[in-house]
Design a binder for this molecule. Structure first.
Ligand code: NAD
Length: 523
């Protein structure tokens, strides 16, 4: 398989003198490139460049920005082999995980934001019931914030790091992207791709580096879009709060699946296995725990076990070569192993898997199914982020819902039942940013729907109208036409007792009769 060697950025803002971060292929252990670890000054220079370029980018308008994004959409498809290989080389994931959950997402997102940005951010004519405003023109206008910082994790370098740049750019902002130091190559590839597609110099810059580079980004931008762990997300939120800049946080998860007795067990088992194990379980909205009603528990576990035992783990060498790729971030192996050891120590049974797999220089984890689990165990409460599926027996829906909600997280959830109205009721009771009935994760592909977390899973959301409006400030504009522009209005100085009495009578007439509110407001 081709590996991708990364040249230093062309901007000259990071270069030979910067300390370098080696980038490793987790499936082979080979070092495949290195990127600069940018310091505070280098980030400041990138930000200055971004600010200088932003006005021109905003001024060319939605149509011309859309043209650049559409060219980038075509670029991603024309160069999908290179993009997939770059992602696979730095994450160790399978070609299919890179293609389906990353290339397909990015290609769709470029077209989606090119098409919808103008509509989501169009001026809105507002009608007010306020009598003082009769005849005046009220406009709600969205204005790009200026310079947006996007900070991303290592598990989806294209979708979750670069993906959030697209709506920020479509809105007319410049962007500083700080990818994970573990997987920076895809972002650097996309930076070059966008330049090739006509994005003006400086509008998008990649600030490679570690946590301190991320801190410097937060210190210099007008808004921060962060995707990563809840722990780092809190620090980012604190830093943003101290600067009084908005932040949007997409954080960790512990998504439950509930399987009711009437569910299609074959589909439930397929969804549970695929959505807990794809990307080797390193997905924020992975199924991380399953609650199954007692009558179908044994049958469900048997199906899951058969499917998990058939999964092929190993070095992805091409399409179809393996089902489960590497564990991208080495310390994650410790977390996964700890969760399993903790569960076993508290009485859980490992039906299959349970161990680290060393293949050549690469790091992998066996697809694992656990039973006899309970909420005293880390594997049911903390984010495991590996190919691990704990399955718990429940007596009824009430117990399943209570356990699903017994979590600090609230990213996604899934309910399996043939009774879709009951499924919807359950979905509404689960405290999560999204819930799928007879499905899982698929909401993420609907860019029209908001995607965000409840509780410790985040703040704000991506996608939908809110997913681009968050990159803008709102401006309220009121225009009084000359024909209504009196020299002096009735409520102005000098105050007179007669006018005050008049206004009082007017207020009584409007609001003092105890009638149903007709939407009028006090002047
Ligand atoms: P992480 O929090 O360790 O790092 C995320 C990014 O923050 C990295 O680029 C890192 O360099 C940077 N960073 C570290 N310290 C910083 C600081 N003080 N200020 C600014 N930036 C800083 O997360 P990770 O391990 O890379 O990613 C895995 C986590 O991401 C998991 O918890 C996963 O659930 C979550 N995630 C969430 C979503 C979502 O949409 N909710 C999507 C993907 C991943």
């Amino acid at each position: 398989m081709a590996t991708v060697r990364q040249d230093p950025p062309q901007s000259g803002l990071g270069g030979a003198l910067d300390p370098q971060i080696p980038v490793e292929n987790p499936a082979t252990g080979q070092v495949i490139g290195s990127v600069p670890d940018l310091d505070r000054c280098a980030v400041e220079r990138l930000c200055e460049r971004g600010r200088a370029a932003q006005g021109g980018w905003e001024a060319i308008g939605f149509d011309r920005r859309g043209e650049v994004l559409r060219r980038a959409q075509k670029w991603v498809i024309d160069n999908s082999k290179l993009v997939v290989e770059t992602i696979v080389s730095e994450t160790g994931k399978t070609f299919e995980d890179a293609q389906f959950a990353e290339v397909a997402y990015a290609a769709n997102a470029f077209g989606f934001w090119a098409k919808h940005a103008a509509r989501y951010l169009a001026d809105e004519r507002v009608h007010s019931s306020q009598v003082l405003l009769k005849g005046k023109r009220l406009i709600l206008r969205y204005r790009p914030l200026g310079l947006v910082g996007v900070i991303g994790p290592w598990n989806y370098p294209l979708t979750n790091s670069f993906g959030d740049c697209i709506p920020a750019l479509a809105a007319g902002n410049s962007v500083i992207l700080k990818p994970s130091e573990v997987t920076p190559l895809t972002s650097l590839l996309m930076e070059r791709a966008l330049l090739e597609c006509g994005l003006p110099e400086g509008v998008l810059s990649v600030a490679s580096g570690r946590g301190q580079t991320g801190e410097a980004v937060v210190e210099n931008v007008d808004m921060v879009m962060f995707t990563g762990s809840t722990r780092t997300g809190r620090r980012v939120a604190e830093a943003a709060a101290s600067r009084l800049i908005p932040c949007s946080l997409e954080l960790g998860g512990k998504d439950p699946m509930i399987v009711l007795s009437d569910a299609d067990l074959e589909r439930a088992a397929n969804l549970a296995v695929y959505y807990s194990m794809q990307n080797a379980g390193q997905t924020c909205i992975s199924i991380e725990r399953v609650y199954v009603e007692e009558p179908v528990y044994d049958a469900f576990v048997a199906r899951v076990l058969e499917k998990v035992r058939a999964l092929r783990v190993g070095v992805p060498t091409g399409p179809g070569s393996v089902d489960i790729g590497a564990i991208t971030f080495a310390p994650q192996l410790v977390t996964i192993s700890e969760h399993i050891a903790d569960a076993e120590g508290k009485g859980a049974k490992v039906l299959t898997g349970g161990h680290v797999l060393q293949i050549g220089g690469g790091r992998f984890f066996e697809p694992t199914v656990l039973v006899d689990v309970n909420h005293e165990m880390k594997v049911m409460k903390e984010e495991t982020f590996g190919p691990v599926l704990p399955v718990m027996k429940v007596s009824d829906v009430e117990e399943a819902v209570a356990l699903a909600n017994d979590s600090p997280y609230g990213l996604g959830a899934s309910v399996m039942t043939r009774n879709t109205s009951l499924g919807e009721q359950i979905a509404r009771r689960v405290r999560a940013g999204s819930a799928n009935v007879n499905d899982a994760l698929i909401n993420y592909t609907a860019l029209e729907l908001p995607m965000g977390g409840a509780k410790a899973s985040g703040l704000g959301s991506r996608h939908g109208a809110g997913g681009i409006r968050k990159y803008c400030s709102q401006q309220a504009i009121v225009i009084t036409p000359p024909r209504l522009a009196m020299k002096r209005e009735v409520h102005m100085f000098p105050y007179k007792a007669r006018t005050t009495r008049l206004i009082e009578r007017f207020l009584r007439l409007l609001y003092g009769r105890g009638r149903r509110d007709r939407g009028r407001q006090a002047p």
